[in-house]
Design a binder for this molecule. Structure first.
Ligand code: ADP
Length: 498
């Protein structure tokens, strides 16, 4: 019901006015329109106001001043005429006054005209109405009126009536030159104002163009940036400082967006790669374990083969376990920045613990492992540094076939340098930059065979970064590798043995 009523609503005057209003002041319009409308409104109001003032107020004031002067003149003359001993003498006085001052003068007593300057002859008691077309108005003792004479001159008249003596005096004067000048001035003023209005509108239009030009350029560039053209630079050809600044800041903003988006894209790519790598790393050992378990189920298997398969399945399980441990470690480091709890501890003691734990593995491969150091105190997270040392020494053992692994601590001013050196196969130079990336391996098969996950060095890098430190490497293929990093040295009261 409501809907049909709405559609059938008659488009009355109110609706037309509303449309007009919306046309003049739309709800959405370019800045140019708004600025122009505002200028036009204010300038228009100022001009109309000034015009009204000069046209009505000033004009009215001038006219009432003129009327006042004429009335005073007439009042004085009528008083003199009243004092004349006889009407004839009054007429004589009026005549001579009229001659001297060149005014129009009519003298009457009651309805009877005694003398009229325009007739200038005995009027033999002519009726006032017949002579001048006017009656004596006892209610209005003072009256003004205007008359346009055939020569185009405008005259102003005052009619005075004195009830006590019944004298009537009509006095007329041409409009003063000053009044005419004022009228001409009003006209000039009006034309000037219209010219000013036009000039102001033209000026406002130019000013509006100056403001909206750069705004349009900025809007278009912003649109392009939204569409993904981040290389686009906002260019404004203006001397206005605000617009120059705005364009400069917007350009900086788009630069920073570009950098952030590139970084986000890089991170997303890394993440996708990471997830791909994880699924690959998980799937392989699971398939292997499945295969070996299936084979183990066969009753005809030789005991020696059975043992080998069981060992292989266990090896793969161990690989999976290592992978999960490393992934959990990475996730912890990534999502909990507060996971580092620095404390003062003896680094030499920790290094000895790690070396002792890994010594059997080194000896199994016939490697010598050196770690003879003096106690040195550092401020760091002991458990995280244990992980760093374990990963580095474990790698050194894994990638060295003969020779030794040496772990050395050295004090360097306010730092302690930790160094893990081996005499292994080394790392080709082109791989050195990438070995700290997740899942990056120089020799993937060898890494997997030794139970490596490809995550060890990236965990090392992450832990040291969380301590504000960096990991360094140098290597010579066929001769060996040296990893080193630093930790903040801590003063301690504990006795330091040589
Ligand atoms: P992985 O689990 O494969 O050892 P890491 O992140 O610990 O993963 O190491 C990445 C790669 O760097 C290894 O696969 C290996 O190729 C190389 N690498 C690490 N340490 C050494 C080392 N001491 N000697 C030679 N190569 C090494």
């Amino acid at each position: 019901m409501n809907r049909s009523r709405k559609y059938l609503r008659p488009k009355g005057l109110r609706y037309v006015l509303y449309r007009l209003w919306r046309w003049i002041f739309p709800t959405r319009a370019p800045v140019r329109t708004w600025m122009f409308l505002t200028f036009a409104l204010f300038v228009g109001l100022a001009v109309v106001g000034a015009g009204l003032y000069t046209g009505l107020v000033l004009h009215g004031q001038l006219r009432s001043a003129m009327e006042q002067t004429l009335r005073t003149q007439a009042e004085r003359l009528l008083t003199q005429l009243e004092q004349a001993p006889t009407p004839e003498e009054a007429v004589a006085l009026a005549r001579s006054y009229s001659r001297v001052t060149e005014v129009h003068l009519t003298l009457a007593r009651g309805e009877t005209v005694l003398w009229d300057s325009e007739a200038d002859r005995p009027l033999e008691g002519e009726n006032l109405r017949a002579r001048l077309g006017m009656d004596v108005d006892t209610e209005r003792p003072v009256r003004f009126f205007e008359r346009l004479h055939p020569d185009g001159q405008r005259w102003l008249y005052v009619v005075l009536y004195r009830p006590a003596s019944a004298w009537v005096l009509r006095l007329g004067q041409p409009e003063p030159v000053l009044f005419k000048l004022a009228q001409q001035m009003e006209l000039t003023l009006l034309v000037g104002m219209l010219a000013a209005l036009l000039l102001a509108l033209l000026g406002s239009w130019i000013a509006t163009q100056k403001v909206t030009g750069p705004l349009h350029a900025i809007r278009n560039s912003a649109r392009n940036i939204i569409e993904g053209h981040f290389d686009e630079k906002i260019q404004v050809h203006t001397r206005a400082a605000e617009f120059q600044d705005l364009a400069h800041h917007l350009n900086k903003m788009s630069d920073s967006f570009r950098e952030k988006i590139a970084e986000l894209q890089r991170l997303t790519r890394l993440q996708t790669e990471f997830i791909g790598n994880i699924s690959h790393e998980v799937r392989n050992p699971i398939f292997s374990i499945g295969g070996y378990l299936e084979a183990l189920a066969s009753p005809t298997l030789e005991p020696e083969v059975r043992k080998r398969y069981a060992e292989k399945a266990l090896q793969n399980l161990q690989r999976l376990n290592n992978l999960f441990n490393d992934l959990i470690e990475i996730a912890r480091l990534e999502y909990r920045a507060d996971l580092i709890h620095p404390a003062v501890f003896n680094l030499q003691e920790l290094l000895d613990e790690v070396v002792e734990m890994l010594r059997p593995k080194a000896e199994e491969k016939g490697l010598i492992i050196h770690a003879e150091n003096s106690p040195l105190y550092v401020r760091a997270d002991r458990e995280r540094i244990r992980q760093v040392l374990t990963n580095l020494i474990d790698n050194a053992i894994a990638y060295t076939d003969e020779g030794y692994v040496r772990c050395r601590l050295r004090r360097r001013r306010d730092k302690v340098q930790v160094e893990v050196v081996d005499t292994g196969r080394g790392i080709p130079e082109e791989h050195l930059d990438r070995i700290f990336e997740r899942f990056y391996r120089v020799d993937p098969d060898r890494s997997r065979r030794s139970g490596g996950t490809g995550l060890g060095l990236s965990i090392v890098k992450q832990i040291l970064q969380a301590h504000g430190e960096a990991i360094h490497v140098e290597s010579t293929v066929g001769r060996g590798t040296r990893f080193w990093f630093e930790l903040p040295y801590a003063e301690t009261d504990q006795p330091v043995s040589a």
